[in-house]
Design a protein around this ligand. Sequence first.
Ligand code: ADP
Length: 490
Amino acid sequence: MIAFFIFILITVLLFFLFEILFMPSIYRSIKLNELKSNTEKMISLYGSDTFYSESQSTATKYNLCLLLIDPINQSKTKLSGTQYPGAVLYDLSYNDCLQLYTITKQNGGTSLLIIEKEESSGSSSSNGMKKPSEQYSVRNYSSSVAVDTGLNVLYGVIFTDDNGQELMLISNSFLSPITAEVRSMTLTLGTVSGISILLALFIAAYLSRKVASPIVKINKKAKALGEGNYKIHFDEQVGYLEANELSATLNQAATELAKVEDLRRELIANVSHDLRTPLTLISGYSEVMRDIPGEVTPENLQTIIDEVARLNSLVNDMLELSKIQSGNISLHPTDFDFTTELEKIMDTYRTLTERQGYHMKLLQDKQPILVHADVALITRAVMNLINNAMTYTGADKSVTVLKSYSDDNVRVEVTDTGNGISPDKLELIWDRYYKVDAEHKRAAQGTGLGLSIVKSIVTMHNGSYGVRSREGVGSTFWFEIPRKKDSPNR
Ligand code: ADP
């Protein structure tokens, strides 16, 4: 706001300077340039047919008096009809003109002079220069002369005509006093400047109240937020639209940060818990086997191998999810037939699981469904759902995979006959490290990452996902992804 005020102040000041201080000198230099250039122009026209008519029109146009002096024939010729108010050139006698001729000659052929009428005939020239007569005094023009009186400026040039005869052309312009104009402009500008500065002050104060103070408030709270106070609330009605929006955005950021903080805590708790359990078992079993030779049994060794595998899968899941979520994984989509791929996945499970008493069922027609997707990631998503279903299914150990499709999408549903999930948990299970029952029996252990991985993969493929579950009956997890746009059987 201060900057705004200073900007207005500088603008007004510059305006002032240019208009008041520099205006007189700008006005003078324009007039003098006119005087000089018109004289030179007339000299260049001398001898031509248009000389006299041009002189007349130039004199009228620029308010000039033009006088041609012929020192040989001792004559002076007025080149325009009238003498402009304030000008003196046509009042000069031939002798006066001769004096001007002499001064010009001494000056080297051109002279820029100020000529003044003497108040009393007895006074002497102010700065000791020659007087053209008793009535007039002349001095060289200098830009420092005061602006408050009118100035009669003469510009004389000695030149030679075609016959080699020396002549002199003098022009006279009256520079009117500009103090009156300056004074009236100073007054006008002063008033305008005063009003502008007052207005600027008012606007600056208003803006500072309206714009700055909400920002200051928000900034204070944002600092607290930065220091880790995620409970802070930004008032969403602080003033103007942008500030309100900023507050709303910061509130959202605070909520998200709080979530991240909760997740971080949960993550540390989960990870340390998940890592500790297998590590304790591994170290326990190893020590027992080291100390008691009889305990080196295949069963104990198998326990160690299982725990190492569990650690392995946990670390892999963590790495994979962080890769997917940080965007470091890039999709490698290819065109593949979803039906065949699902068949392959089920084949892998069948051999592995039938021995363990699972009843795996795949319900789908043989219609090929072409999709453009990353086959490895989609396989991973399907397998995560099947793994969960196998882990949580009921005593009948049945898991059903159903494929369906519409014109646009293909959908997989994985149904189990387990205990289901209570409605209030349905939203949460997709979050990282969320486990419905943190102290779940170890047989049904998991990393808490499987569904987050499914969610990330499906989202990357612009698909959707969800779950239906009834407690005591079972759950159906599903996801769908778009079918390839120009596939033939759509
Ligand atoms: P986990 O590795 O623990 O299974 P997930 O992310 O796959 O991690 O699942 C998160 C939580 O959702 C699980 O801990 C479990 O409580 C619940 N869940 C997942 N699938 C099922 C299912 N088919 N039946 C019942 N609960 C499930």
